[in-house]
Design a protein around this ligand. Sequence first.
Ligand SMILES: [Zn+2]
Length: 638
Amino acid sequence: MEINYEELGLRVGLEIHQQLDTASKLFCSCPTKLFEGSEEGVTRIERYLRIAKSETGEIDPAAIYEYMKGRKIIYLVPRGHVCSVELDEEPPHELNREALTVAIGIALGFKSKIVDEVHVMRKIVVDGSNTTGFQRTAIIALGGEVLDDEGVVRIQTICLEEDAARKVGEVDGAVVYNLDRLGIPLIEISTAPDIRSPEQALRVASKIGIMLRLTGKVKRGLGTIRQDLNISIKGGTKIEIKGVQRLELLPKIVEYEVMRQLKLLEIRDELIKRGVRKEDITSNIYDVTEVFRDTKSKLIRDKLRAGCKVYACVLKKFKGLLKVEVQPGRRFGTELADYAREWGGVSGIIHTDELPGYGISDAEVHNLFKFLNVDEGEDVIVITVGTEDRCTRALKAVIDRARDALSGIPKETRVANEDGTTRYMRPQPGAARMYPETDIPPITIDSRIINEALKYVPKDPNTVYEELISKYSLSPEISKQLIRSPYFIYFYDLVRELSDEELTPQYIASLLTIHLRSLKSEGVPTENISIEVIKDVLNTLKRGEISKDGVIQILKEYALDPKKPIEELIKKYSKVDVNEVIKIVSKIIESNREELIKRKDKAFNIVMGLAMKELRYRVDGRIVADVVRNLIRDLGQG
Ligand SMILES: [Zn+2]
C-alpha cells in the first residue's frame, strides 16, 4: 500500500550532532582523538549513577528511571586522553576558542543568527555517560534554514556541546564507558519539524552533513556524526529516535516509525472496540512455576534448575494483539519485551499468543490458563523466568506498557536498530533539564571572533556544484546527482585517498551515483552498503585484485546479504590473469571440440558464452574475447 505522508500529517525534525576536528577538547586541553590501544591495563574507576537535581529541586523523570535501574558504572581512563576535568575532579577550563569559532562559522553558513553572549548550560544526562550527571551545552545561534526541493526547512538552534563518554560494553549489569570521547566538541543542529517525507529527511540531513564537511573542520568516519529524529503523525505521538549513525537509514526509520504509530493506533482502536478499560489490566503478578514443574522446554527447565521461578501476568482481552506486526520483524509482543528487558533486566518474555512454542506444550498452555483461572479465548498470559525481583519489575513494566496501549502511543525515546526498525530505550525526559553552568562565565561574541569565523563558513552547495565540474571534470548531470547523493560527503575522501590514473574522480563519482542508483532501481537494498564497504572494495580495485565489473557485482551481492563477510565476495570475484583465462578457454574448447568443429561458424559465440559464465565480473570481457579468438583459430587443424 502506498502511504500518503501528507495525508497522515507527517512531521519530522532532525537533530544532527557532528564532532568538530579541533586540537583539544571543549573544556580541557586533552586531544580530541580516541584511544586506540588495548583496554587491558587502562585504569578503571567504578561509580554509581548520580542523580542530578535541577534548580527547582525537581528530579527529572528520566533520571528517576535510570536510578531505578540501579546501574553501576565503570569508567575507562586511558592516559593522555583524559585528565581530571573529565573525571569531574577539577572544574572545566574556559570554552575552547577554536571550537567556538568553527561553530560560529557553521552557523553563519546556515544563515543562523549568532547570539550576543554565549552561556554554557548544564543538561541533565541520565545514563552515566557524563561523569558529572550533566552535559555542558551552549546555544551559539538561533534560526536559519536549509533549502530543499520540497520547501525550506527551518533551523531552530545551533549549539556547541561536549560529547559524552563512549559506551564500550556491559559487565555483570554494569555499563562500561571509555572517557576518551567525553568532552570532544560537538556541534548540534536542530531543525524545526518541517520535514514532510522520508526522502526529504535524507536529503536535508545529507545537505547539512555536506555543509559541515565543507568547513574542513569536522571529524570523519563512523560515529563522528549522529542523527536524532523526532517523528509524529496526526493523532500520534512525537517520538524521539536516537543515535542513527548511517544517513542512508533515515528514510527507512521514518517509514517504519509511521508504520508503528499506525499499527499502535489500530491496536488501541481494537482494544476500545473490545471494551477493555485500564482497570481491567490488573497489576497482579503470579508465581506459576507449578505449571512448568515437568516442562520439556529446555529454556525454562535450565533456568528452573538454576533456582529461578516462572512468573506471569494477565492481559485481559488482549488475545491475538501481541502477534500484530508493528514494524518489519517486530510485533506488539516485541514492544512489551523491550520494556521487560529495559526495566527488569530479563532476557525476554514469552506470551500465549506465540504458544505452543519454545518447547512449551499445548497442555501446559491449557494448564496455565486454568491455573490462573483466565479465559483462553480472550486473554493473553505473559510469562518470564528469573529471580522474583527482576521478573516483578519486568512484568510491572509490561503491564504499564499494555495499559498505555489503550491511549495509543506512549511518549518514548527509542534507539535505531541496524535495519531501520527501532526499539524502546527510555521514557522521554521532562522539560526542566537545563540549568546554568556556574563554573564558566558567559562569553561575549565580538566582531573579532565573527571575522575569525568567516574562514569556516561552509560553501553554498551551488558553488560546490560549479567546482565539481571545473575541478574534477564531472559532467553537470553527475555533479547534480552527486551533491544529492547520501554518499557525496565521502566523495572528497575517496578521491583524496584512492584516486589515480585508473581510479579517476569521474569513475568514483559515477560509482556513487549512476551505478548505485541503477542497483537501487533493480530493487537492491543499497542502503546496506556503508562507505567502509565501498572503500574496501575500491581499495581492492586499486590493488588490481578485482575488475571494475567486479566492483558493482560485489556491492550488489553484499547489499543483498550484508551479513556475509565482504572478503568472501572479493575472493569470489578476484581478478584472473591472462594465463588463467587461456587455461579455462582451452579446457572449454577441449571438452567441446567435436561440437565446435561441427558448428565452426558459431564456435566463437559458444566458447565465449561458456567462458564468460565462468569468468564474468572477474576479467574484462575484451581480454576473454581475444583469447577465444586466438584459440579457436587452431580448431579443426588438431
Ligand atoms: Zn581532559
